[in-house]
Design a protein around this ligand. Sequence first.
Ligand code: GDP
Ligand code: MG
Length: 926
Amino acid sequence: MRCMVTGQFAVGKSTLVKLLVGDVIPEGRHPTDGISLLEGRCGLDVQTREWILINPGSYNAMDVVYNKVLMTSRDEKGTNSSEKLDQHQASDISPAGSKDDNMGNPGVLQQSQAMALPLPSHTSDTISNQPPSAIPLSPETSSSVPLSRQQLKQKMKAKMTIDEIRRKMEKVLKSGKYKMKVGRLIFWDFGGQYVYYTTHQTFMTYRALFLVVFDGSKGLHEQVPDVLCFPGQHMTPTPAVFLQHWVNCILTYCKAVYTGIPKILFVATHKDKVTTEDIETRRAELYNGVEELFKDHEGREHLVIDNQIFVNATDNTDPEIDVLKKAITDLTFQHPCWGEEMPNASVPLELEIANLVAKGKQVLSLREVEELNSISKVSVLSNEELRDFLKFHHSLGKIIYIDTPQLRSYVIISPLLLVEVMRSFVTDIAFWPKKGLIRNTFERMSASGIIQRKDLYLIWEQKHFNKISPYKEFIFDMLIHLDILSEQRRYDVTTGSRLPVENFFVPCMLTQRNDTRFMTHECTPEKAISLAFVFKGTIIPPALPNRLISACLSMWTVKTYEEKQLLFSGFVGLSFDKAHDIVVCVEGNKILLYIVHETSNGLIVPDIATGIKECLFTTLERISEFYKSTVHVSSSSQKLPFHIEYACSRLECHTTEEAALTTDEWICDRHKIVHTKEKWNIWNQDQGKEECEINCQGLQEDALNQIPSDIELQRFSSRCDETTIRELAIHLGMTLHEWEKLRSDYEFVDIVKYRVLVTWREKYSGRFSSIAKALQDMDLTTHTLCQVKRIRKGHCVINEEYMDLIPTDEILDKLAHVIGVVSFQLGIELGLPITSIDIIQYNNGRDLVGQCKDILFQWREDQRIRPTIRVLVQALVNVDRGAKCLEEIIKAVGVKKYTQHEEVEEEKEGKVKTLMKKLNPFQKKK
Ligand code: GDP
Ligand code: MG
């Protein structure tokens, strides 16, 4: 049974764990860095339920697997092992996990909990002479140099034959020192510092028992000094807050497979700090407090509070330690996974892997695993079985194997490597080096949330992390996969290829709070809309928002506001496009999403809002799913741990999406504002359709009061024919003469239609309301204006992974040839200022291709929005050209062309300079 010991820092977790496994309690405080694991140090006698301490010197990880082999032979004493193993090969490997029938009589334990142990009589007195061994986090004993390929080959040749297995097992049996009646207890001691919170969840599983430890000498609601609270929490940090945090963390990440499992046992420490006569009153006080704290909690049935355990963790003679041991024992025996049967077709391979792990090996390439498997004389798994084996053992949390193109060629056979990896850079200030390069890296990381690849590699070159070094690329990709790191992507503006990413964000390392004025000055009820992803419980496990922020950073560019990047603890601001910004932040048990329009929220494009919402929803779903799939058998029955709520127009009250979509109106509590269901449509736009809904009211007031932008005038004019626009212009106060003048100045009528409206706008500060009125006067529908605000959905089969790349020169050159007369409109759609387009037209005379090329290249120079293929596709769709042309070009020439970074910078600068030269004379003339 895995006992996961959690709780705030310095409450006595490590001390308690040491006491439980029989270690010497160290003097003074030794904070735990990351997670430390105490394995093979104690167990439970299955028959007597006795707590057994194990001599650390005699523990052998291989025993676990031997034991499994031994056990599978228990019914057929006559058969020899070799036959038995042949049967294993044929037996089913599927993770059925059917429970052992024998469990009614738990005389024999099944593999995962069982181990061969020396008789308990030897142990208790020898134990104190043994050095305490927290294994195998930084095992000095194991080889720190990974095996070379050659060595490994050797090793594989020397692989155990079935005879050796049998011999070893016989030895084990003959020695008579072993009995199989003891189930192992493995203690996971979690470091309690804030920065670790992102990493811990990766290891939480319902197959474990949880202890939440707190300091009983302090009041539950006393403020804890000098601690960082959680991102987005404004409450004062108190023990109560930490208790809630841990309970929520555990329940969020552990799949509900059995009701009320996993159990969470509360343990108060520091009893000795309370005077003897006050102990009982204090105990009652503490646990009544805990009871009160969780009385309405969804996960109440997981909590074990009744035992009211209150110990002195530094004193192994405290009689209440036995009460605690008894509680752990009882909960272990009640756990449905205790004694669970595991598939055993793959014993030889497991044995090999256990052997390598015991020797300190932590990562194998898939090739190595395949070789290990294939040279077995006993039981070779088919490729398919091998993959199942890996996935199943991944689901048990024994190995880490992620079946994606970047990650599937390696297997982490010792998951604690990942703890080590995270510990290497997601670490508390107390563990930073005192000075030097690495110190600087840590300082930079906690202030800006940014780290470079080479910094990390340098960290891994340190002696105590050099096991990571040989696999640094793989590990790096793994961290990106886990959203611990996210790329700060940059593109080569000339070729559009991805520049080698230099900076990576590490949101979980950020401690700086948002101290900008963005929320009070920009993200206001006038300009923003908001919704919330609401989590059960009162505090969100910080890993979720941190990873969500990571994922956001890989999708959009972080916004710079008043010269600061909007990236803080639990807070990120992003630029979606020139008009729309996104904010994602944590607030209590909510992750809030804001979409901010530069002028007014009435102008937020519904399709954009809907798209962003869906994108975040899927990401959050994926992130919360991940934890489950890392450590648990996959299953789709689990409900999501969050739901959506919409904010009122003051952005303060919330109503559930479910309720909002089924009622016609909602009056918010605080402001008594009536919200009709149309308000939510912005989040639920059907992206496929072009027409307005039947009951569409036309543009809302704030949109009508707005001065139309170039793009909007372009979209509007392209939807009307020449006669309509001419008449409309006259309704709007333009003269026929002005129209005729434009008509003769410009060759293409589309440009004239657009031009006349721009001229009108400039002359009269024209607003949408005037156009709407003119349309009404002309007996035309005003819904043409609604469509101006919509995004058109185009069909496009360009590979999704190309969409965020910047188009190469080659693509733009080719595209310029096929755009034709819409290049002007395209320029407007792409957001080029009309003056620039004028200059481009002037420069190119009648050379349409040249004109188009200049437009496309100038767009790509623009640094405000990343000029991606996606943006280009949308613009092509918007000007009715469609993205098919681009699709064909990409198919023909591809998208990726690697260019050396340095060259590019120079080239880019050169290009900008020439462009400036080109533009300036004309600007002066104007
Ligand atoms: P952790 O951060 O939760 O792992 O806390 P530690 O186990 O490192 O303990 C922090 C400090 O509190 C150490 O100096 C311990 O000796 C001390 N400590 C832990 N439990 C108790 C207890 O029950 N009573 C007393 N007096 N001190 C304790
Ligand atoms: Mg500790």
